[in-house]
Design a protein around this ligand. Structure first.
Ligand code: SAM
Length: 244
């Protein structure tokens, strides 16, 4: 059967690009460390995070971002949601081990269905690494859910990564092109290029109900010499009168 050359909207659910396993848990923990450290902390672009009393992390993975936020900002209450019961169990154990479980709660939730949390409950709603499970057509509904649970005057914050391949190895270049092609055809990228999602963040947030959208690009030079990682954060302040 020929492989479809265009993104397939009717593809089955269960859209995460990795399989949930012990190895994936370890990979997520390492990835979190690299992302948070190289970006300069949990909320590097926010002028005064101590103003936030409550934050939600959507598709929170190991919960490390939230746990670090809880340790950095002792007055904050935090909630993390993720589709994987195994990952959530790990995140809860980590919160307990770091003695922040009185302020950090984790729930199993498929955010492609609905975010089962009360409207206007959070000062800041965070999503990092959505490329791994969101298809282009999932963004409008998810963004409307993020807006619904953010309080008027609060912030919706989305961080996605683009990788600039810098190797002069033809094999690596080909492998990278195949990966981009697969992500595009599976519907995870809007265009078949590294910036196929990051380049669309500002438009997505603006078109789907966010106001005052700002973006910031952080370039991370990691141990890996064959690529350059750019983290692009798009964040939007909701006006005090935003409907929920
Ligand atoms: C690339 S990881 C990012 C984890 C974390 N946000 C970070 O930046 O370290 C993507 C996460 O999305 C979760 N996920 C995948 N599909 C989901 C869905 N439909 N609803 C909620 N979480 C989902 C996965 O279990 C995984 O933990």
């Amino acid at each position: 059967m020929p492989f479809p050359s265009e993104p397939q909207k009717n593809a089955s659910r269960g859209t995460y690009v990795a399989q949930h396993s012990e190895k994936e848990l370890t990979r997520l923990a390492i990835q979190d460390q690299i992302a948070t450290r190289s970006m300069g902390g949990v909320l590097p672009e926010q002028p005064d995070p101590t103003l936030f009393r409550s934050m939600l992390d959507v598709a929170c993975g190991t919960g490390a971002w939230l746990i670090e936020a809880a340790q950095t900002y002792p007055a904050m209450s935090l909630v993390g949601i993720d589709i994987s019961p195994h990952i959530i169990e790990y995140a809860r154990a980590q919160a307990q081990a770091h003695q922040v479980n009185d302020r950090v709660a984790f729930h199993v939730m498929d955010v492609l269905l609905i975010i089962a949390l009360r409207p206007a409950s959070f000062d800041l709603v965070n999503l990092r690494g959505g490329l791994s499970f969101l298809r282009t057509w999932d963004w409008p509904k998810l963004l409307s859910e993020l807006l619904r649970v953010t309080r008027p005057g609060g912030i919706v914050r989305v961080t996605e990564v683009e990788v600039i391949q810098q190797s002069n190895s033809p094999a690596l270049t080909q492998l990278w092109e195949m990966l981009l092609c697969a992500l595009y055809r599976a519907g995870h990228l809007f265009t078949q290029e590294s910036a196929g999602l990051t380049g669309q963040l500002e438009r997505l947030l603006s078109q789907h109900g966010c106001q005052q959208v700002q973006t910031k690009t952080i370039v991370c030079r990691l141990i890996c010499r064959v690529c350059l990682i750019k983290c692009r954060i798009a964040y939007a302040h909701l006006t005090e009168t935003s409907a929920t």
